[in-house]
Write a protein that binds this ligand. Structure first.
Ligand code: NAD
Ligand code: TDX
Length: 352
């Protein structure tokens, strides 16, 4: 049985990936290593937790000694690395945590993989999941390709860029079999409601203000999370060692247009008068260093590995809204306790 370690599998994208791998590959043993930070939640995986090919282990990738022992014990054939601190706003208030988890944590995993694979790299793989934010910000035109230069602006993107460089350094220096993918903004079920789409769904439901940063003119390229998980599956099995793939939805939205669309869908779902939820929009102080536009050219992935997004955005957004509306208990659980303190400290000084 092939032993695959997924890190960060209790988070948003990780849980979708674990579900896909556990269900699609009964002949693989899938191990999920997660520290269960505020963003990790085992409820995200309750439907696969009893499958015979799935094991959860709680642990911190920053703890080098633990990681080394853990790798020696399980001798994984492959690592798919998603564990990270992932929210830009949190990186602005606490950059050190991002360096620890995203940079040091990645290097610990690379070191321990190198050590257990020291006899041979045959049939081994370290797959690093990264973001389009490493490329910085686009103007009105153009798309990020795999050859775009690295130009990160936030502590989050700087830490992800650094981790990408370490992964490539292990390929160049030690010949470690690695692959990297850089994906655009994901949306879908089980996303922690600090990110734009689930935060605004939750606020609309609760009639709370919708804090739009700046003028809402920033542009993001949105991809359905299950399409990202499918892309990771395809790239993982491609054997394209040393390669990088960009993953994106060809689906650019100006924040304010996306927010208005969400308001209009939710007016219908919540039986409100058309235009009622839009009244909650509140323009607040912009995010420091706010990247203007992200957009991905994923033609390499399409051409070489025949991957394409499966879902139209309007359909995906409606599905996503339906999921949050019918999983009120999940939302309530994750927005209790520490979440309230987070929300208070993140948004109380933003009003303009
Ligand atoms: P998330 O914040 O929802 O989940 C991160 C997971 O990592 C959580 O389960 C958390 O408990 C775990 N984790 C954090 N620190 C850890 C540590 N020290 N040790 C072990 N586990 C730890 O993040 P996400 O949105 O699912 O993102 C997953 C990966 O994909 C990240 O590497 C992120 O940079 C990347 N990515 C995300 C997006 C996006 O739109 N969300 C887009 C492109 C790339
Ligand atoms: O309250 C808000 N108001 C607002 O206007 C929040 C939380 C966000 N925004 C804006 C900022 C961005 O322009 O919405 C846009 C999307 O914001 P986020 O959901 O925080 O995502 P972003 O900063 O674009 O980063 C995301 O995509 C790339 C993920 O969080 C990263 O993990 C991923 O790598």
């Amino acid at each position: 049985m092939k032993k695959i370690l997924v890190t960060g599998g209790a988070g948003f994208i990780g849980s979708h990936l674990v579900r896909l791998l556990v269900n699609k590959y009964p002949n693989y043993s899938i191990f999920n290593l997660d520290k269960l930070t505020y963003a990790g939640n085992l409820e995200n995986l309750s439907d696969v937790e009893n499958q015979p090919n799935y094991t959860f282990i709680k642990g911190d990738i920053v703890n080098a000694e633990f990681i080394d022992q853990f790798f020696k014990e399980y001798k994984f054939d492959a690592v798919i690395h998603l564990a990270a601190e992932s929210h830009v706003d949190r990186s602005i208030s606490n950059p050190i945590e991002f360096v620890q988890t995203n940079v040091l944590g990645t290097v610990n995993l690379l070191n321990s993989s190198k050590s257990i694979w020291s006899e041979s790299y045959q049939d081994k793989l370290f797959y690093h999941v990264s973001t389009d934010e490493v490329y910085g910000s686009l103007g009105e035109d153009g798309l990020f390709t795999e050859d775009s230069k690295y130009d990160p602006h936030s502590p989050y993107s700087a830490s992800k860029a650094s981790s990408d460089h370490f992964v490539r350094a292990y390929y160049d220096t030690y010949g470690m079999p690695v692959i990297i993918s850089n994906c655009s903004n994901n949306y879908g079920s089980f996303q922690f409601p600090e990110k734009l789409i689930p935060l605004f769904i939750n606020n609309i439901v609760n009639n709370k203000p919708l804090p739009v940063y700046g003028k809402g003119e920033n542009i993001r390229d949105w991809l359905w999370v299950e399409d990202h998980a499918r892309a990771i599956d395809v790239i993982f099995h491609s054997n394209k060692l040393g390669e990088t793939y960009n993953i994106g939805g060809h689906n650019e939205w100006k924040n304010i247009d996306l927010i208005k669309l969400m308001c209009s869908i939710m007016d219908k779902k919540l039986m409100r008068d058309e235009g009622e939820s839009q009244k909650l929009i509140s323009f607040v102080k912009d995010r420091a260093g706010h990247d203007m536009r992200y957009a991905i050219d994923s033609s390499k992935l399409k051409k070489e590995l025949e991957w394409e997004p499966s879902l139209q955005f309007e359909e995906g957004l409606e599905k996503t809204i339906d999921w949050y509306l019918s999983n009120e208990k999940w939302l309530k659980t994750v927005t209790s306790g520490d979440y309230r303190n987070y929300y208070e400290s993140q948004y109380s000084n933003r009003q303009i």
